[in-house]
Design a protein around this ligand. Structure first.
Ligand code: BGC
Length: 872
């Protein structure tokens, strides 16, 4: 291992050296050109210097290599590849090795398809269950997210394929994701929103990191030096490439200066020319400038930098070009797969991953496992058309889909099927679509509702007839595709009403109902007391059908545990009052109280706690010992304890290790996950587990010393199967230097004693935590309109109405090509800032034309018309 690491370091130094040499030979425009794509997925080739074009493709739970038409919204066709469980499912496995194997399989597919970098994994924090993209993110706990992402990156990169850790940072919502300003205090940022990135960067060492669309504390992430240089590179030691999210570049010059190396997709030269122009004015080195070819000069006219901001040093551009060249050199030489790419093997891995990621939420009277000799009813359209992945840029064209119904039939189960509901009823539920539908008129809607009601009644009657008299009922339910997607957030946590009615009705005709839930994020389950068992599959990838049937029939034993709390209702969520924020800002007032860190401290009951997950066997925990009673902050602590499988089947168990500390001066959650381990135990077996725990993870981020800090005192260690049940406890005494700590007891008392009912934090308290005046979260939209505004912002103007109508039309057309994508398309078009529309295709709308439109909107009609008529 050491030898491999050493050779990697030498290789890295060689690439770096070679990259420097190559960049020294490049002209200015070659350097600028290398720092953006040639199209949606490829970098430019530099034939003269022997640098090929390399390809970057989505990610993150399988390869989506597009063919023909290219778009980054999951619409165009892509080559078949294996669709693994999405991150919200895989996280429930709590299994680093599994995440690594999935990463390796994706890497092998990339090698086969000549893809140099796969765009994933995503480690954004699950702040609210409503975020439309939660299915792509791992957990509400940053340590779990970071560890699993690091393992996945190691797996991907073991094949020589680069990973792209995304979306850096604080991109926890889809609503106005391209412009919203996330307002987060420093401590929360470090402990909650950056922590998973930090772990994944330090342990996974991704080739690339993708910056997000949004702003953080006032600055676009694509030009945020604090994030991309000060923290990512200087503090965490990242030495790879930062690539923009697709269309996230706002000001290219500021971006390069801040540490953003690659702009994607390509800008057709628009921003490359700006980079060259920024240097032309100030460039110190005549040597380099003299390499600019004659025919570049005309294109620089009119682009001269006018402000200090728009001046770029050659050093900054060289640095970016060197990093990109190094990435290309690395990608050319590191490809390796032992034994090629066996898609069938990957498909089997997808089944195994789904088995280990599904969570048995409830199992009264041990209704499960069922067996194939029972007379069964299988109800719900998802049994034949399972939901197994999410919509948007991650959408994969799977090699084959295992449906639950086919798997039941293969098992020999004697079952009757009834669809229970139609998937056609809920194709789209995106917020923008709802607005459109409202306009369609109340009459039409009420006619549709009456018709739908009677259709539903018939479906329910049929389902009840199938369920009556059966030994067991397997009822498949969950979120239809139109309910959650990249591009928009959910507005509630409800299942479709017809599914709730169906479950209530069926459980009234048969007491033995098992609900199998599919969907990317928590749902409210009003019928939970009426069914005996619930198995949660999340979005389990293409193997989901086989996997759930193996679990339902007891061929496999469930071992997944929830990587996020399931609240009883949306209003209980700590971010409820602050998500998704206003037009300009989203304040993260709940601070570090995300997920169980909030529910436990606020003593708020939940539907299922973090770490909850049942098995078909029982485990007992015993004999916790620590190798010492006192230690210094940052030293290793050795823990040993035993776990016994009390059942008569082999099974896996996830052990969670939490730490608790009471600090009078600083507010802290009740407990926090510090480590986890997955073990396999044979029937009756006891295993002694030894863990070396790094006490550096015991600290909180102390803003006064700008570092992690765990003050002296007693720390309790809790070990057990979930956040709600920790049978083993031990205490250690930490010794630390006595350093100042931020004391907000007087100025922000709510963070110490959380509000009993709703999580409402007064402005002055959040301001005290934030440490400055809050930016104005302006909801009004008025003149002057700028490049930062969106079609949605101007929808009340005449021009805005036309643009809105056109965006709806485009969304509908796109949705014809790809079902369930209309909501996402509409949101994307309408929430894209104008600067981003220009950068995405200058041929369709140039910067000058857009300026003309803005002039018209701002009442400068003659100037606006002039610009529109004289586009060049
Ligand atoms: C998404 C990224 C994705 C990229 C390329 C963006 O819209 O936010 O996650 O990798 O498109 O498809």
């Amino acid at each position: 291992m050491e030898a491999i690491m050493k050779s990697m370091i030498t290789d890295k130094n060689l690439y770096r050296q070679k990259a420097k040499e190559l960049v020294a030979q490049m002209t200015l425009s070659e350097k600028a050109g290398l720092c953006s794509g040639s199209d949606c997925w490829n970098l430019k080739e530099l034939e003269r210097l022997g640098l090929p074009s390399i390809t970057m493709m989505d990610g993150p739970h399988g390869l989506r290599k597009q063919i023909g038409v290219t778009d980054n919204l999951g619409i165009g066709d892509s080559v078949p590849s294996v669709c693994f469980p999405t991150a919200s499912a895989l996280a429930c496995s709590f299994d680093r090795e599994l995440a690594c194997s999935v990463g390796r399989a994706m890497g092998e597919e990339c090698v086969q398809e000549e893809v140099a970098v796969i765009l994933g994994p995503g480690v954004n924090q699950k702040r609210s269950p409503l975020c439309g993209r939660n299915f792509e993110y791992f957990s509400e706990d940053p340590i779990l997210s970071g560890e699993l992402a690091a393992s996945m990156i190691q797996g991907i990169q073991s094949t020589g394929t680069g990973a792209s850790l995304k979306h850096f940072a604080v991109n926890n919502q889809e609503k106005r994701r391209m412009s919203v300003n996330a307002v987060v205090d420093e401590r929360t940022l470090r402990e909650t929103y950056l922590r998973a990135f930090e772990i994944a960067v330090k342990k996974g060492k991704p080739y690339t990191v993708m910056c997000s669309y949004n702003r953080l504390n006032g600055t676009y992430c694509s030009e945020n030096k604090y994030l991309m240089t000060d923290i990512l590179r200087e503090e965490w030691g990242f030495d790879g490439v930062v690539v923009s999210d697709w269309g996230a570049v706002h000001d290219r010059v500021l971006g390069i200066k801040a540490g953003l190396d690659i702009e994607m997709p390509g800008n057709q030269g628009f921003n490359d020319r700006k980079l060259v122009a920024a240097i032309v004015k100030t460039g110190p080195s005549k040597g380099h400038l003299s390499q600019t070819t004659e025919n570049q000069k005309p294109s620089l006219e009119g682009l001269s930098p006018t402000t200090e901001n728009q001046k770029l040093s050659l050093e900054d551009l060289n640095r970016a070009a060197e990093r990109v060249s190094e990435l290309i050199l690395r990608s050319m030489s590191e490809k390796k797969t032992d034994g090629g790419c066996d898609l069938e093997k990957h498909h089997q891995l997808a089944i195994r991953a789904a088995e280990q990621s599904s969570v048995l939420l409830k199992n009264d009277e041990n209704l499960l496992p069922g067996n194939k000799n029972q007379k069964a009813a299988v109800i719900g359209a998802f049994a034949k058309t399972p939901r197994y992945q999410g919509a948007g840029s991650s959408k994969i064209n799977p090699i084959k889909i295992e449906t639950p119904w086919d798997a039941f039939m293969e098992s020999g189960l004697n079952a009757e099927y009834s669809p229970g509901y139609s998937l056609l009823w809920n194709k789209s539920k995106g917020s923008f679509l709802k607005q459109t539908q409202i306009k369609e008129g109340a009459n039409k809607r009420s006619k549709e509702n009456t018709f739908r009601q009677s259709e539903q009644d018939a479906f329910i009657q049929n389902a009840c007839a199938a369920a009556a008299g059966k030994d067991i009922v397997y009822l498949f339910a969950g979120l239809p595709e139109g309910y959650e997607s990249e591009g928009f957030d959910r507005t509630d946590m409800h299942l479709p009403e017809e599914q709730n009615r169906l479950i209530e009705a069926v459980s009234a005709c048969n007491p033995n109902v098992v609900v199998i839930l599919m969907g990317g994020a928590p749902m409210e389950l009003p019928w939970i007391g009426k069914v005996k068992s619930v198995l949660l599959a999340y979005l389990g990838g293409e193997g989901v059908g086989k996997a759930v049937v193996n679990l339902l029939l007891g061929i496999e034993v469930p071992c997944g545990k929830l990587a996020e709390t399931w609240p009883l209702k949306l209003e209980d969520c700590p971010s409820y009052h602050y998500f998704p924020g206003g037009r300009l800002t989203v304040e993260h007032r709940e601070s570090i109280y995300v997920g169980y860190r909030y529910y436990e401290k606020a003593e708020r009951p939940v539907l299922f706690p973090f770490g909850h997950g049942l098995s078909y066997v029982d485990f007992t925990y015993s004999n916790l010992e620590t190798d010492r009673k006192t230690c210094r902050f940052g030293e290793m602590l050795n823990l040993t304890f035993s776990v016994t499988n009390q059942g008569n089947r082999a099974a896996r168990e996830t052990v969670l290790i939490f730490a608790v500390h009471e600090n009078e001066v600083v507010f802290l959650p009740k407990k926090e996950l510090k480590e986890f381990v997955k073990i396999h135990l044979n029937p009756g077996e006891t295993k002694q587990i030894s863990i070396a725990l790094d006490t550096a993870v015991f600290g909180y981020y102390n803003t006064l010393i700008k570092d992690w800090y765990a003050p002296s005192g007693t720390y309790q260690i809790l070990i057990g199967p979930s956040s709600k049940g920790c049978p083993l406890t031990a205490e250690i005494h930490m010794r630390s230097p006595n350093l100042p700590q931020p004391d907000l007891r007087q100025r922000a008392p709510s963070y110490y004693r959380l509000p009993k009912n709703e999580m409402i934090i007064p402005t002055q308290e959040f301001e005290a935590l934030y440490g400055r005046t809050l930016p104005i979260g302006d909801n009004r939209v008025s003149r002057p309109y700028t490049m930062e505004h969106t079609i949605e912002d101007i929808r009340h103007t005449a021009i805005g109405k036309i643009m809105n109508w056109y965006a709806d039309r485009l969304a509908r057309e796109a949705a014809r090509a790809e079902e369930g994508q209309e909501g996402m398309m509409a949101a994307t078009f309408k929430e894209m800032p104008f600067f981003s529309i220009v950068a995405s295709d200058e041929k369709i709308i140039s910067e000058r034309m857009m300026e003309g439109i803005l002039d018209l909107l701002n009442g400068h009609n003659i100037r606006g018309l002039w610009k529109l008529l004289n586009k060049e």
